[in-house]
Design a protein. Structure first.
Length: 420
C-alpha cells in the first residue's frame, strides 16, 4: 500500500475505535495507533480522522441516499472518510481507488469493495454540490440538550459553528520574549493566535523555548491567579503544564502535581524546553498536604469545552461518566481549600461547558465554606468582557465568543479567597 493509503487505512481504524469502541483519539495515539507511520503520514491520518469526525453528520446525510442499509462499521467509516475527502476537493480517482483497496484487503468485509466503488463514484459526482447546502453539523442530543438548556439554542448554534471551524493555534510567550516573528494576531487577553500554523515544533522560537501552545481561554486561570515572585503555589492536575509554566515564568515557586506518570514526563519536557523550573510530583490531588499562598485546581472534567480541537469527544462519549466526575470535582475543590493558607487564594477551573462542573460547583462551595469568597475584581483583566462574569462571581467562557477571531475553548474559572 502507498503511504497515502497507509494514512487513510489508519484514519479508518481510528474512526472504528472512536465510533465503535468509545475510545478517544488521544487514547488511540497513546496505545500506539500511529507508531508505524512516517511523521507526514501520521499527521495526515490524524487530520483525516478529525475532519471526518467533525463532518460526520454531513457525510452520513450524503451517503444515506446511496445506501439501502447501513454496512458494517468499518465499511461505513471508509465511505465516510471517502465522502469527506471527495466533498473537500479530493481527486475522485485517487480517493475512490484508495477506499476500494482498503476495504478489499479487510478479511471480513472484502466482498463489499464493489459497494464502496459504486457509492463513492456517485458521491464524487453529486456530493460536492450537496455538501455546500448542508447545515453545520449539530452536537449529539445527549450533549446538545443540556447545553441548550444552559445557554439557549442560538448560543449552541454559535458553539457548533465554532466546533465545525476547528481551532487555530494559540500561544503564550515567556515574559519579555518578542513572539511577533510568528506572524500571529495578538488577542485582547494577551495570547497570540496563529492560523494555518503547520508543524508546531518547526515554528520560530519553539526549540529556544520562547513560548508554548495554550488556548487563549486556558491561559486565563493563571493570569487571574496572578502568582507573585516568591509565592508558594500548588498546581493540581497540572499536565501538560501550560499554567505551571505561566506561574513559574512569573517567578513563583511552583509545585506541579499530576496523577499520570506519562503526563508528568511531558510536563518535564516542556519545562526543560522553556528553561523554567517547577517541582514535579506524580500523585493524587486528594492526597496532597501542606499550606500554600495559592492553589490552582484545573479539575478533571467532561472536556466539553475543547470540542473545537477534539471532535471525537461527543462521538466517543455519551455523558454516562459525568456524574462521577462532578462528584470528584466537589471532593477536589473541598480538599484544595484545605491547602490554602489564611489570606491565600484558590483558582478553580474546568474546560467544561456544563454549569454542573463550573457555576454549580462554586455556588455549593461558597455555601459550604464560610471563609470562602469569590473575588470578582480579579477577573477584570484585559480582554475579559463584563457579561462573561457570572452571578456567583466566576468567569464563563464559550466557543461562540470571539466568533470574528476564531472562537475560544469553553472554560469556567473562579478565584476564591480565604479570609484571614
Amino acid at each position: 500500500m502507498s503511504d497515502a493509503n497507509h494514512a487513510r487505512r489508519t484514519a479508518v481504524y481510528l474512526l472504528d475505535q472512536v465510533l465503535g469502541e468509545g475510545w478517544l483519539l488521544a487514547e488511540c495515539y497513546a496505545a500506539g495507533a500511529l507508531e508505524k507511520l512516517a511523521p507526514e503520514d501520521r499527521a495526515r491520518a490524524q487530520r483525516l480522522a478529525v475532519e471526518t469526525l467533525r463532518s460526520l453528520e454531513r457525510a452520513d446525510r450524503i451517503l444515506k441516499k446511496h445506501l439501502k442499509k447501513t454496512p458494517p462499521l468499518m465499511v461505513m467509516n471508509a465511505l465516510r472518510l471517502g465522502t469527506v475527502e471527495l466533498c473537500s476537493g479530493g481527486a475522485a480517482h485517487g480517493v475512490v481507488n484508495a477506499m476500494v483497496a482498503i476495504v478489499s484487503k479487510h478479511r471480513h468485509h472484502g466482498q463489499l469493495k464493489g459497494l464502496v466503488n459504486a457509492v463513492l463514484r456517485k458521491v464524487a459526482e453529486e456530493g460536492p454540490a450537496e455538501w455546500a447546502k448542508l447545515r453545520i453539523p449539530r452536537l449529539p442530543n445527549w450533549l446538545r440538550k443540556p447545553l441548550v438548556q444552559a445557554w439557549g439554542a442560538e448560543a449552541v448554534l454559535g458553539m457548533e459553528a465554532a466546533h465545525y471551524a476547528g481551532a487555530p493555534l494559540d500561544i503564550t510567550g515567556k515574559p519579555g520574549v518578542d513572539v511577533q516573528a510568528l506572524g500571529g494576531v495578538p488577542l485582547p487577553t494577551g495570547s497570540l493566535r496563529i492560523s494555518g500554523a503547520g508543524q508546531v515544533s518547526a515554528l520560530p522560537g519553539y526549540q529556544a523555548g520562547d513560548w508554548w501552545v495554550q488556548d487563549a481561554a486556558a491561559a486565563l486561570p493563571a493570569l487571574i491567579l496572578n502568582a507573585q515572585p516568591g509565592e508558594q503555589v500548588l498546581d493540581l492536575c497540572a499536565a501538560p503544564g501550560g499554567k505551571t509554566m505561566q506561574m513559574a515564568a512569573a517567578g513563583a515557586s511552583v509545585t506541579a502535581v499530576d496523577v499520570s506518570e506519562s503526563r508528568v514526563a511531558r510536563l518535564r519536557e516542556n519545562l526543560e524546553r522553556t528553561g523554567l523550573v517547577a517541582g514535579l510530583v506524580v500523585g493524587d490531588a486528594l492526597e496532597q498536604t501542606g499550606q500554600y499562598d495559592a492553589v490552582l485546581l484545573d479539575a478533571p472534567c467532561s472536556a466539553t469545552g475543547t470540542i473545537r480541537r477534539h471532535p471525537d469527544l461527543p462521538q466517543a462519549k455519551d455523558g454516562s461518566e459525568f456524574g462521577a466526575l462532578i462528584e470528584l470535582q466537589a471532593q477536589m475543590l473541598a480538599h484544595a481549600w484545605t491547602l490554602v493558607k489564611p489570606g491565600g487564594r484558590l483558582m478553580y477551573c474546568t474546560c467544561s461547558l456544563l454549569p454542573d462542573e463550573g457555576e454549580c460547583q462554586v455556588e455549593e462551595a461558597l455555601d459550604m465554606f464560610p471563609d470562602m469568597a469569590a473575588d470578582r475584581d480579579a477577573l477584570k483583566v484585559p480582554g475579559v468582557e463584563a457579561d462573561w462574569i457570572t452571578e456567583e462571581g466566576g468567569l464563563r467562557l464559550r466557543p461562540d465568543y470571539w466568533p470574528e477571531r476564531g472562537g475560544m475553548d469553553g472554560f469556567y474559572m473562579a478565584l476564591l479567597r480565604k479570609t484571614a
